[in-house]
Design a protein around this ligand. Structure first.
Ligand code: C5P
Length: 237
């Protein structure tokens, strides 16, 4: 039973406007992607890591992997080019995993400080239940539905709502076949799925939640850089 981790880092990061893809933005002298590679390969499992990056960043990503991975690591790693949408990048990532992998964690490079404990919590729940598992946090803000002009139409009950993060975990077969199904449906009534749990759900699978964590915050806009800086400072040894 081998673990596979797919780190998706092939987004262009247009909302951030940093001029480089989000995963290659530097934080304290390190590319964002390095943090996720380090955490994934610190897990005490013999695993296979696939890093999915923009085609023209493949050589750079390989250097990062070689720098981060200890020579005696039980982890193997490969770098593979991504697609136009996140779900395509994930599909290419899954395809690059060796056949021996039976459980997959998919993680956004844009969440550099998701902890090893979170990876383990998700993995344990996948292995316990055989279902898809996502980290989730309660929503604390009051939520409103607005129209295109920003005019409020209603307050949405937040009690049954959660915000979900990555890493998200799956039995490999369920994830791979769900991604095949979604690909066939493309251009249908739904927009592109923004996470893998949705892909599995559309295919009829059960998705469970485990507690998420604030430090798994995602870099989306420039404001998030400040949040990540403070998480890094708080967790520096
Ligand atoms: O754009 P967003 O914040 O939703 O991206 C989440 C993650 O998915 C990021 O780590 C990004 O690099 C990755 N991604 C990707 N391929 C795409 C789009 C996004 O690997 N085509």
């Amino acid at each position: 039973a081998k673990l596979g981790v797919v780190v998706v880092a092939a987004g262009r990061g247009e909302r951030l406007g940093a001029g480089v893809p989000k995963a290659f933005v530097r934080l304290h002298g390190r590319a964002l992607l390095e943090f996720a590679i380090a955490t994934a390969t610190s897990l005490p499992h013999a695993g296979h890591l696939v890093v999915v990056v923009p085609e023209d960043r493949a050589a750079e990503a390989l250097e990062l992997v070689e720098r981060v991975l200890p020579a005696n690591s039980p982890w193997e790693a490969t770098v593979t080019p991504g697609g136009r949408e996140r779900h395509e990048s994930v599909r290419f990532g899954i395809a690059a995993l060796p056949d021996s992998v039976d459980t997959v964690l998919v993680h956004d490079a844009a969440r550099p400080f998701a902890s090893a404990e979170l990876f383990e919590r998700v993995l344990a729940e996948v292995r316990r239940t055989g279902d898809a598992v996502v980290p989730a946090l309660a929503v604390s803000d009051t939520l409103k539905r607005v129209d295109a002009d920003g005019v409020v139409h209603e307050t949405v009950d937040r009690a049954p709502l959660v915000a979900v993060q990555t890493p998200q975990g799956f039995p490999r077969e369920a994830l791979a076949s769900a991604h095949e199904t979604v690909q066939l449906q493309e251009g249908g009534e739904h927009g592109a799925p923004t996470d893998d749990a949705e892909v599995v759900q559309r295919a009829g699978g059960t998705v469970r939640t485990v507690p998420g964590e604030r430090r798994a915050h995602k870099l989306t806009t420039a404001d998030d850089l400040t949040v990540l800086e403070s998480i890094l400072a708080a967790n520096a040894a």
